[in-house]
Design a protein around this ligand. Structure first.
Ligand SMILES: N=C(N)NCCCC[C@H](N)C(=O)O
Ligand SMILES: O=C(O)CCC(=O)C(=O)O
Ligand SMILES: [Fe+2]
Length: 329
């Protein structure tokens, strides 16, 4: 939210993806065009839509449909995969269980994280250790979600190559030590509509997800195509809608990229309010650094922002755990 943007740009990343495997990609004119647009969007809004991303529309839709079906099951059924501290905060959380800035959010969700085996990151990883809890029905649920996660991981790595170039680095800046073994998070989210059976408890304007920033590098949101609910805050504090654009992902910058870029790119505040009658589903995929990476401003970004470091180091896993441990009642 570095400016008073009024809308969120749409970027066709096809030309970037076409050359992503080429070590000389930076010299390609098509890539340069995309990089320029990414740079502008990241400076001005911290949010952009991507099209030409190569993930089949049928898969994007199926992931949302399975999510919707799960949330429509009876509560007892959903509780079979209940999230608790003992499951490493993986699994189902009911409406009102997620807390943002002390206020219960009017959404339900299944949270999934990259697997952390016991002891893998010592005390740092302990709260998040565990395996994901997938609904058993339909049987293809887990398989489909894992395929989707794998495609989102590849796509995010490639968008980050473009962002690395936009920051003036090598395309591989965010690989290796930083995010070569990227941690990921996926949230399958459902926001009840105002005319649902729970309408009395949920007057209009109850917040589906309170204002927050995302925690890692880059988020890809696959949102329902017929409800406008996601809003992004600009510099003057106006809430700018991110209406659905069929076939696209809404992308935004997380806290770790804000630090790497020394504030050149910010993690923009956003919130969700479903004022429609219809139940809204969204699937958010979060691409993060390696779990144990200590993140600090990149030298190239310090130079470009006047020579002073604006942020100290943050260990991503600590940042995540501090959020997760305060997100639930
Ligand atoms: N980036 C992630 N994982 N987003 C999760 C939703 C943010 C809301 C959470 N209660 C919070 O206050 O952070
Ligand atoms: O549902 C959405 O559109 C966005 C959700 C979100 O911001 C989040 O889960 O971090
Ligand atoms: Fe978010």
């Amino acid at each position: 939210m570095a400016t008073d943007f009024k809308s969120i740009p749409i970027i066709d990343i096809g030309p970037l993806l076409a050359k992503c495997g080429d070590p000389k990609m930076a010299q390609d004119p098509g890539v340069s065009q995309v990089v320029k647009q990414l740079d502008q969007a990241c400076r001005e809004a911290g949010f952009f839509y991507v099209k030409g991303h190569g993930i089949p529309d049928s898969l994007m839709k199926e992931v949302k449909n399975l999510t919707r079906k799960f949330f429509h099951l009876p509560y007892e059924e959903k509780l079979k995969i209940k999230m608790t501290p003992a499951t490493g905060y993986r699994g189902y959380q009911r409406i009102g269980e997620n807390i943002t800035k002390g206020v219960p959010d009017i959404h339900e969700a299944i949270d999934c994280y990259r697997e952390i085996k016991p002891g893998m990151y010592g005390a740092l990883g302990k709260p998040m250790e565990g395996c994901n809890l997938w609904p058993l029905d339909p049987p293809k649920f887990k398989l489909l979600m894992e395929e989707y996660i794998s495609l989102c991981t590849d796509l995010s790595r490639n968008i980050m190559r473009g962002i690395a170039l936009a920051l003036g680095g090598s395309p591989y800046e965010f690989e290796g030590e930083k995010a070569g073994d990227a941690f990921w998070v996926m949230r399958l989210i459902g926001y009840p509509g105002i005319s649902s059976e729970n309408a009395q408890e949920m007057p209009k304007n109850d917040i589906g997800c309170g204002a927050h920033t995302d925690y890692g590098l880059l988020t890809l949101v696959n949102q329902d195509e017929d409800t406008t609910a996601l809003q992004v805050r600009n510099l003057s504090g106006e809430w700018i809608s991110a209406p659905p654009v069929p076939g696209t992902f809404v992308c935004n910058i997380g806290d770790m990229l804000k630090i790497y870029s020394n504030g050149l790119y910010e993690s923009t505040l956003h919130q969700v309010t479903n004022n429609a009658a219809k139940y809204r589903v969204s699937v958010a995929y979060f691409y993060e650094t390696n779990f144990d990476t200590a993140v600090e401003p990149l030298d190239i970004c310090i130079q470009r922002t006047g020579g002073a470091k604006k942020f100290g180091r943050a260990v991503y896993g600590e940042h995540l755990a501090s959020k997760v441990l305060t997100n639930f009642v």
